[in-house]
Design a protein around this ligand. Structure first.
Ligand SMILES: Cc1cc2nc3c(=O)[nH]c(=O)nc-3n(C[C@H](O)[C@H](O)[C@H](O)COP(=O)(O)O)c2cc1C
Length: 200
């Protein structure tokens, strides 16, 4: 066993234990360079046969509007031709969903064919990147929440993200600044002893 880095290990465990999601985000966001550095760090994710069955897609500015428009189109068709006030309002609300954060990071599973690595293992790796990236962003003081919903299965949304036929969205990390009014520490307590089975 390598000599443990005591301080670093404590810090990492504390970061994992205190991570929480932030639903309300400010317009502050990490730069492309900062994201590149963190994604580089996430390449350490466990990856059977090193298939790298993942990639990320970042959306800022108007790209988020194109994403929202694709969702509204999927649900309501040609939004411009809607006439019922309720439908117009609901379509606009739906289209505005991706605007809840200044930066969205799509987590993409890139399916690879391999005789000994089934798809679920590849999805586990891609999801692992999402979790590592969430933690890394949280550690750097950014607010993050992972959202999915039915959007992940919409062809128009896949098109906006430029997905290939072997690719599938596992959701988005909504990333932004932490609103000072929502800077409370994690309060959801889960009893881990209920989740551990000890075989001897
Ligand atoms: C793959 C994945 C997809 C998720 N999708 C949603 C979602 O669409 N909407 C939502 O409210 N929470 C979603 N969540 C849960 C939130 O990200 C978050 O974990 C939850 O609100 C609990 O908050 P906490 O992370 O502070 O414990 C998802 C989590 C994961 C891992």
């Amino acid at each position: 066993m390598n000599e443990p880095h005591v301080d670093a290990a404590e810090q990492i465990v504390t970061t994992i234990a205190t991570r929480r999601s932030y639903l309300t985000l400010t317009d502050d966001a990490p730069s492309d360079a900062a994201i590149a550095e963190l994604v580089q760090a996430c390449t350490s994710v466990a990856d059977h046969k090193a298939l790298r069955p993942w990639r990320i897609v970042t959306l800022r500015g108007e790209a988020r509007e194109r994403f929202g428009a694709a969702v509204a189109r999927h649900q309501y068709g040609d939004v411009a031709s809607l006439t019922k006030p309720d439908e117009i309002k609901d379509a606009a609300k739906l289209a505005a969903k991706p605007l809840r954060a200044p930066l969205l990071i799509g987590i993409v599973h890139r399916a690879a064919r391999h005789p000994s690595v089934p798809e679920w293992e590849q999805i586990a790796t891609a999801a692992g990147v999402g979790h590592l990236l969430s933690l890394a962003l949280f550690a750097q003081g950014w607010g993050v929440v992972w959202r999915t919903g039915p959007f992940v299965n919409m062809p128009g949304v896949a098109e906006v993200h430029g997905l290939n036929s072997n690719e599938r969205l596992l959701g988005w990390l909504y990333v932004g600044g932490i609103d000072p009014s929502d800077a409370k520490p994690r309060n959801r307590k889960i009893d881990a002893t209920q989740l551990i089975t000890r075989l001897t």
